[in-house]
Design a protein around this ligand. Structure first.
Ligand code: SF4
Length: 216
């Protein structure tokens, strides 16, 4: 199978089986999504979703969060990984959005990455989820799954290298969906330790499957 055929197979499969993939983070607006994505670093979406209702009740918008202190935010998010740093990032992010962006969450990767706690991956998530911009956020699932299937070269050793290869080969109109497809596939089928290869619909196109799984 050529690389082009592999991409075609994978995109056709997901288009049919997951036509409208969405983030599992619960949010109502860009402010809430940005907070949730910052909290989700090294933490499960499930845990973030358990925490954000209380946080958004106390800080319903960017202005209220900008007036908080990290010490006030900390107890609300303490069950999440790295609560100390994340409390500082959330308050710092809110202050900067209010002071430099008139309280509007910016919608370019370049501007977003100037905010505390916001790296390239987070900025790609925000812009692709809110505006369907063709930006591919590469987290641990996207990295693992795209390499296993053979969508990217084994030599692509960093998230940025994987991002560039995926973006080069996927139609821009589908990149925002492809991000969720690869994450959800990695979360529920192609897990790090025990991928469910025997029930996976991508067997035919998967380089890892052909190399490692023997069907008897
Ligand atoms: S066949 Fe196995 S390794 Fe390949 S994508 Fe499916 S679960 Fe992952």
């Amino acid at each position: 199978m050529t690389k082009k055929e592999r991409y075609r197979f994978v995109i056709d499969y997901f288009s049919e089986h997951m036509p409208e993939p969405e983030t599992e983070l619960i949010y109502d607006n860009p402010y809430q999504l940005l907070v949730a994505v910052i909290l989700s670093a090294q933490c499960t979406d499930k845990r973030v979703n358990l925490t954000t209702p209380h946080l958004f009740q106390k800080y319903p918008d960017i202005y209220s969060l900008s007036k908080a202190t990290p010490e006030e935010v900390f107890p609300i998010i303490k069950s999440i990984s790295y609560p100390n740093n994340k409390s500082k990032h959330l308050v710092g992010m809110a202050k900067k959005v209010v002071e430099e962006f008139n309280g509007e969450i910016p919608m370019t990767v370049q501007e977003l990455t100037t905010l505390p706690g916001v790296g390239r991956k987070t900025a790609n998530v925000i812009t692709s989820v809110i505006e369907k911009q063709p930006n591919m956020a590469v987290d641990t699932h996207v990295f693992r799954v795209s390499k296993r299937i053979g969508l990217v070269s084994p030599k692509a050793s960093t998230p940025l290298a994987v991002e560039k290869e995926l973006v080069k080969n996927i139609d821009p109109s589908l990149i925002h969906k492809a991000h969720h497809w690869l994450i959800l596939h990695g979360r529920y089928t192609c897990m790090a330790r025990n991928p469910k290869c025997r029930e996976c619909g991508l067997q035919q196109a998967c380089a890892w499957f052909h190399k490692n799984v023997t069907l008897i």
